[in-house]
Design a protein around this ligand. Structure first.
Ligand code: GTP
Ligand code: MG
Length: 366
């Protein structure tokens, strides 16, 4: 079962799975979703929040988490949780859930790992609070979760395309879940289509999605006579943050009826050159006219790099806005390891006379 937290989380989770469980602090918001498996109203100690949402304040979501702590920890086992990172409800409850998972004494078995699909705001056109909340979540609980391996895959979706292409919200949500569905369909295709090489069964797939890394997946028509590297570089998924060098990878190659299954060796060698041994399979899909590949890269980021990625999806002046928010709001303790690198990069980028030490001083680190 899928879980959706907050406004965006509920809308997107139910677009993927009409049987999804949705959670909100606002009864009105819960009622706006026409179809859902189950609706959970999180209650607040905080006065006045019940019907209006969290007013972009994650501490209210955090507070509301306490009312459903045990239930949500149980429900989220082995499931996919959707939430935006900008608002108060989704951000606050998700942050608290990730913190609990990270603090658990015993290691969670792979099959019980919770996966997260987070929707990041487009900093250039959305309110500063959304940017700030996102920075706090990514730089804090999400980074710690990746470090400690306490979650399954984390998908970092971005609203960039929605705003740049001025898309209707429901249409964009549909794009997002259709895209995710291509990746999630990998094990089913393995089962239902004729297998030509390799193998990815449900077990393999579940193991892969339980790995504690960011997942960037993409898919495209694959030309077997051209290098794979260039094709992959030309076809990132525009709905996700850009990927980094993979730690692990998975691919499914679909060839047309009678197509050449050996086309996959080129892809395999590409990953081998990166010292990655991918999980893969090759199937025959009579509905395809050209070879089609679905690829997933698992990568990890340090907090400062993650915040940089978030900044990079926007333009120059937005980067400044993101940087300002980082300087003002991230608890620097959290990013102490990478702050130095971050400062070094800033110095290099701006060719400034300031040395790293004084940048760190200015950021209040020393
Ligand atoms: N892609 C997408 N983004 C959405 C949608 N609804 C809201 N957002 C984005 O989500 C962020 C705001 O978070 P919401 O999910 O609305 O907030 P919430 O978790 O309900 O928290 P509060 O409303 O503050 O209680 C902003 O970045 C919005 O652009 C949606 O249906 N689709
Ligand atoms: Mg809301």
């Amino acid at each position: 079962m899928t879980i959706g937290i907050g406004g965006a989380g509920s809308k997107i989770a139910t677009a993927l799975d009409p049987g999804a469980t949705i959670i909100n602090v606002s009864e009105t918001e819960l009622g706006k979703i026409s179809e859902a498996g189950r609706r959970i109203l999180a209650s607040l100690h905080h006065e006045g929040g019940q019907f209006r949402g969290s007013r972009k304040d994650p501490s209210i979501g955090h507070d509301a988490f306490q009312s459903l702590r045990r239930e949500l920890l149980q429900l989220a086992r082995g499931e996919l949780v959707f939430s935006s990172t900008g608002g108060g409800t989704g951000n606050g409850i998700t942050a608290a859930l990730i913190e609990e998972l990270t603090a658990l004494d015993e290691a969670v078995p792979a099959a019980d790992k919770t996966r997260f699909a987070l929707v990041l705001p487009y900093a250039k056109l959305e309110p500063t609070e959304f940017t700030r909340n996102t920075i706090d979540l990514l730089g804090g609980p999400v980074s710690k979760a990746i470090d400690s391996g306490s979650t399954g895959n984390i998908f970092l979706f971005t609203n960039r395309l929605k705003f740049e292409s001025r898309l209707r919200e429901d249409r964009f949500n549909r794009m997002l879940v259709d895209s995710l569905s291509v990746f999630l369909a990998v094990p089913e295709k393995n089962e239902s289509l004729a297998l030509l090489d390799g193998h990815i069964d449900f077990e393999d797939f579940n193991h892969y999605v339980s790995r504690p890394f960011f997942n960037h997946f993409t898919y495209f028509d694959y030309n077997p006579s051209a290098p794979f590297a260039a094709q992959l570089a030309a076809n990132p998924n525009p709905l996700l943050l850009p990927p980094e060098a993979p730690i692990e990878a998975l691919f499914l190659l679909e060839v047309p009826k009678g197509g050449d299954p050996t086309a996959f060796y080129e892809i395999l060698e590409y990953f081998t050159r990166l010292n990655v041994s991918p999980v893969y399979s090759v199937v025959e899909n009579p509905e395809r006219e050209r070879p089609f590949v679905t690829v997933s890269l698992l990568y990890s980021r340090k907090p400062a790099e993650l915040l940089d990625d978030f900044g990079r999806i926007s333009e120059e002046h937005t980067e400044a806005k993101v940087r300002k928010s980082i300087e003002q709001h991230v608890e620097l303790r959290k990013v102490s390891v990478s702050l130095r690198e971050h400062a070094e990069r800033e110095v290099k980028k701006h060719g400034s006379d300031e040395d790293v030490l004084s940048v760190l001083k200015r950021l209040g680190k020393l």
